[in-house]
Design a protein around this ligand. Structure first.
Ligand SMILES: [Zn+2]
Length: 425
């Protein structure tokens, strides 16, 4: 029962054990199976599918699924909620050259090493503008999700994926990457029954810390001293970066630092990461995050102001309202909606929009303010950044960011990859 994921189905795991995988590769090569080397974007999603992060998906979407996702926010079955298309694209030219046809089994490679088997069940085209409008609510190519959509090649292939060669997750991410099944094991060890997910792509200032504390207390209602506790799962999104984002290493290590240094009790706090390229789809991405965290075994999911949004494409609370529009019982996770936490000079503390009566005097944790604090490198008051967290930001900038805590061109070019696919032997 504990391995039931989104859509009420058993968590998908489509991975061949090593010996069987080696045999399969040899057989496919002997039979002259078609081979395709995939880019990082696709490789990331192959891993997500194979380990069940995207349960109940077993592969890349067919046209029926993509259409249903765009039109009704469900899979083709008409009832499983799904908000973002998961597609495998290919140029017309490459498709012709490869000779890939329906019902083929294709050997996917990544960085030239055997990686996965792709059972082609559908080859199709899509109206990318229509897809952008339906998923992102805009066709403006300045929107990063729309841009990604327009960058897709013209042909799409749907079909099941089986992983042959598990990724090697590189430092410092190794201990943070847990598969859905491993995540559930970990919760069981910790004795957690209530698990509250915090989605992040930030290093935490105290506003974030309080967001989590508020959600935790709110989810609990009352707390008896001797009763076992549930926990907060910080699940950082690690994936494609844009210049100016926090570097992945700082995000994960600074989140962990909050637990290490006691700002959260050790027995109620866990930091992990999952691989996903943010689409910045605002409300639709919030729904996607809810499905992803259901698969990780979470019972609750926090949604703050402007969750997964970008620019001013979405109202800051659209990502809350969308949950009211979903059919009752279609999600197996309880959303927790957060308003803003801010610093109030009158209360002289970090406080909550829903409580503090000095709205005019508030000092919000604006991105610009936080960014300039980090760029100055001068340790700010502890009510803005915990000193251990701030030290870790500086350490990560030196160790991983080529002197910067934010993504630069240099970082994009020279960073150590998050995962690698090694030769299969
Ligand atoms: Zn106040």
């Amino acid at each position: 029962m504990e391995n039931i994921g989104h859509g009420g189905k058993e968590i998908v795991e489509r991975i061949l054990p090593k010996d069987a995988a080696i045999k399969r590769v040899n057989e496919m090569r002997a039979a002259k199976a078609k081979e395709l080397d995939v880019r990082l974007q696709i490789a990331t999603e192959v891993i997500d599918i194979a380990y069940g992060f995207f349960s109940p998906l077993e592969g890349f979407m067919t046209k029926a699924d993509v259409d249903a996702v765009c039109d009704n926010m469900t899979l083709a079955d008409g009832k499983t909620v799904w908000a973002i298309p998961i597609v495998f694209d290919m140029s017309d030219e490459d498709l012709k050259k490869s000779g890939i046809k329906q019902n083929d089994e294709v050997l996917l490679t990544y960085t030239s090493n055997p990686f996965a088997v792709f059972e082609v069940s559908d080859i199709f085209t899509l109206d990318k503008q229509d897809m952008a409008q339906k998923v992102y609510g805009t066709t403006d190519e300045k929107h990063p999700g729309v841009k990604r959509t327009y960058q897709y090649q013209d042909k799409f292939i749907g079909g099941k994926i089986t992983l042959l060669n598990p990724p090697k997750i590189n430092e410092p991410f190794t201990r943070f990457w847990l598969t859905p099944k491993q995540m559930r094991e970990r919760f069981k060890e910790k004795g957690w029954e209530m698990i509250i997910n915090h989605q992040t792509r930030n290093v935490p200032h105290t506003g974030h810390e309080w967001l989590m504390k508020g959600a935790y207390l709110g989810a609990y209602g009352s707390m008896m001293v001797d009763k076992p506790r549930g926990g907060i799962l910080v699940n950082a999104i690690i994936g494609s970066k844009r210049e100016g984002d926090y570097i992945d290493e700082a995000i994960i290590l600074c989140q962990e630092a909050q637990g290490k240094h006691g700002y959260f009790r050790d027995d109620i706090f866990l930091t992990t990461c999952s691989l996903w390229d943010m689409r910045y789809a605002g409300p639709r991405e919030a729904v996607f995050h809810a499905c992803l965290r259901t698969n990780l075994g979470c019972t609750h999911h926090m949604f703050g102001r402007d969750h997964a949004g970008v620019g001013s494409y979405y109202d800051p609370y659209d990502a809350h309202r969308i949950f009211d529009k979903l059919p009752k019982g279609s999600l197996n996770i309880t959303p927790i909606f957060n308003l803003d936490w801010w610093f109030c000079p009158v209360c002289d503390e970090v406080t909550y929009m829903g409580v503090c009566g000095h709205k005019d005097k508030k000092a919000s944790f604006s991105g610009t303010m936080i960014r300039s604090i980090i760029q100055d490198g001068v340790k700010p008051p502890r009510r803005i950044f915990r000193p251990e967290v701030f030290d870790m930001i500086m350490e990560c900038a030196e160790k991983y960011g080529f002197g910067d805590a934010f993504v630069t061109e240099d970082y994009l070019k020279r960073r150590n990859p998050v995962f690698t696919i090694e030769p299969l032997k």
